[in-house]
Write a new protein. Structure first.
Lengths: 468, 40
């Protein structure tokens, strides 16, 4: 195993310093709640694409895909393509339409427009639970990455990593989150593929890799049954559709052309990135068949990447996690102010007060997430379940609203309640027995409930008076 | 095997190229919007 040299520590230090410098430089760009939430709608498509990709490609897309490819083969990557397909479809058909909602910052703004205040409030609560869960998970992942690569204890690593995330997110808001995302995008998009090219050399090139792993690991279906594959694919297809940070990032673009191009490009890029991550898992299997699957990428980095480059690759792995954390942190505070606090407070809130609230909340939520990850990780485990509830509650009514213009409040509320109940029941009693993801069942129930409730509660269209 | 060679080396190379070009555009945007903040 390569020793981590002084140069690696210096490069890691430079990476952290750059994040802080960007955070400080972007402070002066934040003059209003618009700047804090959606960077004043000035984010052009290349920056939107890089930032969205950095937020979207988290620990699951890198360490997770590599680990599952290690144990199951490319079949898991093909199922994981569900996320990329979702991005491509949303980019082509939904994201451009989101730009029609002038002044919108959150998913709750769209839901309010179609389904009223209760739609906004429910969406806000779901959004906050989801953001808090993902944020806590990323905090834990910072500790895992640093521990697996540099051997440092998890606690202090989480404090330093999350401290930097909270710092730049609090002061620079969306401007800081998006600009640091771009730096993190460059790190993860360059050094993770570089690791694969180095690892391929070690395993004897493509022929060496193909000869060293089981044939089933290279096939489309692998060892999965058709039902397992389809269930996983649908769960991935729906699971992260328009979660708060992605919607918020879409609102930060100047128009629908930038929204479409940036969102769809993220989907195309994700196909390629998943292939790189999955192949890293296969190379790890060929070279180190006895390691734990989750250690596939950290093991390759520490064993094969030369000293001097290790610092940059570890920075890339941290970039994967930190960019996701900052996006969800920024969303949590913006959503709380817009979708929960503001509707419950009578009267308008001044721009200055709104900005102070969002900054203060970023600091508070970030500190709480770090604290929970350190002291009571079981709370983070519990909050992660919110992830399973997003698609079965919010996504279908949101898509129907944006694509078809539905304004049926009873249908939306019925669908949210039915989807949540079905997901909970499936999660508790049936998931282990059947292996089917609750997202699939919950989203199905949500859709059926919406259609039925809309048909039942539809008011008859008044007939036009016939001219005499 | 030729297909594997193209995929296994081509895809990471493409990811690096796309990333670097996007990073370059992002840097230009950063300089224009953050470093030399435009007057509103």
């Amino acid at each position: 195993m390569n020793a981590v040299g002084i140069l690696d520590w210096v490069l890691l230090g430079v990476y952290f310093a750059l994040l802080i410098i960007i955070g400080v430089q972007t402070i002066r760009r934040v003059k209003s709640a618009d700047d804090f939430a959606v960077a004043g709608n000035r984010i052009i498509w290349p920056v939107f694409f890089g930032s969205l990709a950095a937020s979207f490609l988290g620990g699951g897309a890198s360490l997770g895909v590599a680990g599952k490819a290690f144990s199951d083969g490319y079949v898991y990557m093909f199922a994981f393509f569900g996320y990329a397909v979702s991005f491509l479809l949303v980019g082509l058909f939904v994201a451009p339409r989101l730009k029609r909602y002038a002044g919108a910052h959150t998913v709750g703004d769209v839901m309010d427009e179609h389904y009223g205040k209760s739609g906004r409030l429910l969406t806000g609560i779901m959004s906050i639970l989801l953001c808090a869960g993902i944020l806590g998970a990323q905090a834990l992942a910072i500790g895992t990455v640093v521990n697996a690569t540099l051997g440092l204890p998890q606690g202090p690593s989480i404090v330093v990593g999350m401290g930097i995330v909270v710092l730049y997110s609090s002061f620079g808001g969306a401007w800081a989150v998006i600009q640091t995302d771009m730096l993190q995008f460059v790190f993860l998009g360059v050094f993770i593929p570089v690791t694969l090219i180095l690892a391929l050399g070690e395993v004897g090139g493509p022929s060496g890799l193909v000869d060293s792993i089981p044939d089933a690991h290279l096939t489309f279906g692998g060892g999965y049954s058709a039902a397992t594959f389809v269930g996983l694919f649908i769960a991935f297809l729906l699971g992260e559709t328009l979660v708060p940070p992605y919607a918020q990032r879409t609102f930060s673009t100047p128009d629908s052309k930038h929204a479409r191009r940036g969102f769809a490009l993220t989907g195309i890029f994700s196909f390629l990135f998943y292939f790189v991550a999955a192949t890293l898992g296969l190379v790890a299997l060929a070279l180190y068949p006895d390691i734990e699957p989750d250690q596939a990428i950290p093991k390759l980095v520490m064993a094969l990447v030369p000293a001097g480059l290790v610092g940059l690759v570890v920075a890339a792995l941290l970039a994967v996690v930190m960019s996701t954390a900052s996006s969800y942190l920024n969303s949590a505070s913006v959503v709380f102010v817009k979708d929960v606090y503001q509707p419950l407070v009578a009267g308008e809130i001044s721009t200055k007060r709104k900005l102070s609230l969002e900054r203060g909340l970023t600091l508070l939520v970030g500190t709480l997430a770090t604290g929970f990850a350190l002291v009571v990780p079981s709370i983070v485990d519990a909050l992660i379940y919110a992830y399973s509830f997003w698609a079965p509650t919010i996504v279908i009514p949101l898509l129907i609203a944006v694509l078809f213009g539905s304004r049926s409040k009873p249908a939306a509320l019925t669908a949210i309640a039915a989807g949540a109940a079905a997901t909970l029941i499936w999660l508790v009693w049936f998931q282990e027995r059947t292996g089917l993801d609750p997202i699939v069942v919950g989203a199905g129930v949500n859709l059926v409930a919406f259609v039925i409730a809309q048909a039942v509660t539809r008011k008859p269209t008044p007939r036009k008076p016939v001219a005499a | 095997m030729a297909v594997y060679s193209v995929l296994l080396y081509g895809v990471p190379a493409l990811v690096i190229a796309v990333t670097l070009y996007t990073g370059y555009l992002g840097f230009k945007f950063y300089v224009a919007e953050v470093v030399n903040e435009p007057s509103e």
